[in-house]
Write a protein that binds this ligand. Structure first.
Ligand SMILES: N[C@@H](CCC(=O)N[C@@H](CS)C(=O)NCC(=O)O)C(=O)O
Length: 337
């Protein structure tokens, strides 16, 4: 389980394997996969922070009609991600029961894990990519012909160096840092990872005290990547991954920043707290052998005023917020505050 499942537990430090299928879907189709409306299917788990980046980008950019969405059951079995939430246990578009079938069509006997997010070519049923780091950058910069009118610039050309720097720090200390803490094989690894998580969160809080977003005055890819960890923080990383120096709700700046994004169309409307909690607590039985899922935390605070608009900023730059969630893609009430 490359995403930090039980096989990651051993006596060595948690390490994340690189994505094996790194083809890119581009405007010019140089890898053989041209951007095309209706051709590809984005397979995600709403539990997964890496997949959730793509779900948010797709909403913000208005790609819902161009790139369809398959949501896997948050609980994997020994064949990994499965479509047990769909009628008959099959994805209605791909016709498969397990995401692994699309991996097999691409490469027979691939020994690595089956991970989300994954983009599948609908006509051939083959996996195209599971490279979550590149995927959202390509949605922002290669899929532009299919963006909605008013789509924001999530990876603006003039700001890429700064965005890349912030994202690298957020990735190693926060996005992946919580996994290094949670799956640490021993005390020292845990303490190093946990310390780095909170050191970086402290620095990010300083940065965000006087500015609404991480880079510039609009939402960028960097905010999406920080959000997907923050929104899981109190629900799973604080308890299950032992990142418990403080809760998100105890840090006024980060808590307000996270609520601001949560309440922005395209962010909170993709989040399923039920999927998040059940996945982490029930799947990682190496670190939670009873698979008991805690009842808390109270989620009502996510909807309270954040007052971050007083800092100014233009969430969508020259653009506009996305419209409502498409019919059939709404997060069930069980997953909402
Ligand atoms: N594809 C990347 C990152 C994506 C990832 O780790 N996704 C997790 C879910 S959060 C996953 O699907 N892991 C495979 C598994 O748990 O079986 C990797 O290989 O590290």
């Amino acid at each position: 389980m490359s995403g930090g499942g039980n096989a990651s537990l051993g006596h060595k430090a948690f390490s994340r394997s690189p994505s094996h299928f790194a083809d890119r879907i581009t405007a010019d189709g140089r890898d053989g996969w041209p951007v095309a409306a209706g051709r590809y299917r984005l397979v995600v788990s709403r539990a997964c922070p890496w997949a959730s980046r793509a779900v948010i980008s797709r909403r913000l950019l208005g790609l819902e009609n161009a790139l369809s969405l398959a949501v896997a059951d948050p609980i994997q079995d020994d064949r990994s991600w499965r479509f047990t939430l769909d009628p008959g246990g099959r994805d209605p578009v791909l016709g498969i029961r397990f995401l692994g079938e699309a991996y097999d069509r691409r490469e027979t006997g691939y020994p690595g894990g089956v991970s989300v997010p994954a983009v599948v070519d609908v006509p051939s049923g083959q996996l195209v990519t599971n490279d979550y780091q590149q995927l959202t950058l390509d949605l922002a910069t290669e899929w532009t012909a299919l963006h909605r009118e008013g789509a924001p610039e999530l990876y603006p050309a003039g700001r890429r160096d700064e965005i890349d720097t912030v994202m690298a720090e957020v990735y190693s200390d926060v996005n992946n840092g919580v996994y290094r803490a949670g799956f640490a094989p021993g005390q020292q690894d845990y303490e190093e990872a946990c310390t780095a998580v909170f050191r970086r969160l402290g620095l990010l809080a300083e940065r965000l005290a006087g500015q609404r977003y991480l880079v510039g005055d609009t939402i960028t890819e960097a905010d999406i990547r920080l959000f997907t960890t923050l929104v899981r923080f109190d629900a799973v990383y604080h308890g299950h991954f032992k990142c418990n120096r403080w809760k998100l709700t105890e840090n006024p700046v980060l808590w307000a920043y996270a609520r601001d994004l949560y309440q922005t169309p395209g962010f909170g409307d993709t989040v399923d707290f039920d999927h998040i909690k059940r996945h982490y607590y029930q799947v990682h039985t190496g670190i939670n052998p009873t698979a008991v899922v805690p009842l808390g935390p109270d989620l009502a605070g996510w909807l309270t005023p954040h007052h971050r608009e007083e800092l100014g900023g233009r969430p969508f730059g020259e653009g506009t917020p996305p419209g409502p969630v498409p019919a059939g893609e709404e997060v069930p009430v069980t997953g909402r505050p």
